[in-house]
Design a protein. Structure first.
Length: 379
């Protein structure tokens, strides 16, 4: 190769190297600038946008936006998301305002607006929400609740309800003791209990489609959720606290819903909460169920089998009949045998459990109960 050609090639290689160095430098600078511009607020708004898209597409990526360290909230959000298969959203938007970021936590006013494919009109709820940073990523963590620790409970509440939360916590141990003795079962871990400032926020935390009136809620693996009423205080909340604590212990005792029908689940919860119910309410309940019996209006258990399809006007009968049925079983066989029956139903079904524990078919037990109710009804 001639000296001239060699010099030309060296110059070309040097030029190419210089261009490469400049290109890499520009890319690095660009990356740094982008990183500087991509703020925590931007990342949080990306999380909100990701939630919107996932809800509308019913995309499992939705769960990747939820705080992975909060196992209870994650389970609640899993259930919430899976209900979208039954009640898909036509529209769903999240609007963030008054965003305040402090270290690894952000708080914002969140307005959630949605409509369902199966229903006309829009619905909306606004509340103070929180986002948490975990290892460089931001996640949605639900209402910006404060936490109060008790011996057996963890209370979640908004700051304006601190006094009420303390009063509730002071009463929970006695309520838990009563329910635990009734079921002969004590919780393995602390129970999470969330105090919601209104019904709409609690409903929207269950499902976009939830529309019935509600005072309390719990599902397996989830926190107990209670609505704060404008009237009444912590003492007035003891019946609903006992009711939901019973559900929570039952789910832990039998490993979820198991084979227990919903009317029996509600019947046990109503029965275990009776020590905390005002006497006038109990008398009204007694009169109502006896009136139903006297008019031959008791429903068959098959009519109450599908909780989702029961007309609203007869829905309460599941509670009332279940309560009286549990009361009868307890009176006839005793608390210990009843609890064995519940555990057996949880691992199998109510027919097999009745035969196993009481030595009779469920149809025979049901017939005995209906004859008992008829004999004690008001003419």
């Amino acid at each position: 190769m001639s000296p001239a050609k060699r010099n030309t090639r060296v110059k070309s290689l040097a030029l190419a190297f210089a261009v490469a160095v400049i290109t890499v430098a520009l890319l690095l600078v660009s990356g740094l600038l982008n990183g500087q511009n991509y703020t925590a607020e931007d990342e949080i708004r990306v999380v909100a946008s990701s939630i919107e898209r996932a809800v509308l597409k019913r995309d499992e990526k939705f769960l990747k936006t939820v705080d992975p360290k909060d196992e209870t909230f994650l389970q609640e959000q899993k259930q919430w998301f899976h209900l979208l298969d039954r009640f898909p959203a036509r529209s769903f938007t999240l609007q963030l305002s008054s965003l305040n970021i402090s270290r690894s936590k952000a708080v914002a006013n969140l307005s959630m607006t949605w409509s369902l494919e199966s229903r006309p009109g829009n619905q909306a709820v606004t509340y103070e929400a929180a986002f948490i940073e975990r290892e460089g990523r931001w996640f949605f963590s639900g209402p910006n609740f404060q936490i109060m620790m008790g011996r057996q409970f963890i209370i979640h509440y908004y700051p304006q309800h601190r006094d009420l939360a303390k009063a509730v916590l002071d009463r929970l141990d006695s309520v838990l003791r009563s329910v635990s003795e009734e079921l002969d079962y004590y919780p393995k871990n602390r129970i999470h209990l969330k105090l919601y400032p209104n019904e709409d926020l609690l409903k929207s935390s269950i499902s976009l489609a939830y529309s019935s009136g509600i005072s309390g809620w719990v599902e397996p693996g989830e926190s107990i959720k209670i609505v704060i009423r404008r009237s009444g205080g912590a003492e007035d909340m003891k019946p609903i606290l006992a009711h939901e604590i019973t559900h929570s212990l039952m789910y832990e005792m039998v490993g979820g819903h198991g084979g227990i029908p919903w009317w029996l689940d509600e019947g046990v919860a109503k029965y275990a909460s009776t020590p905390f119910q005002p006497s006038n309410i109990m008398k009204l309940n007694e009169l109502e169920i006896k009136k139903q019996v006297s008019k031959n209006m008791l429903l068959s258990w098959s009519e109450l089998s599908d909780e989702q399809s029961i007309p609203q006007e007869t829905y309460r009968m599941g509670y009332e009949q279940g309560w009286r049925f549990v009361s009868y079983v307890t009176g006839q066989f005793g608390r210990d045998a009843r609890n064995s029956w519940l555990k057996a139903a949880g691992s199998d079904d109510i027919e097999a459990a009745t035969l196993q524990v009481f030595g009779m078919t469920f149809q025979e037990l049901d017939g005995d109960w209906r004859r008992f109710m008829a004999a004690t009804s008001i003419s």
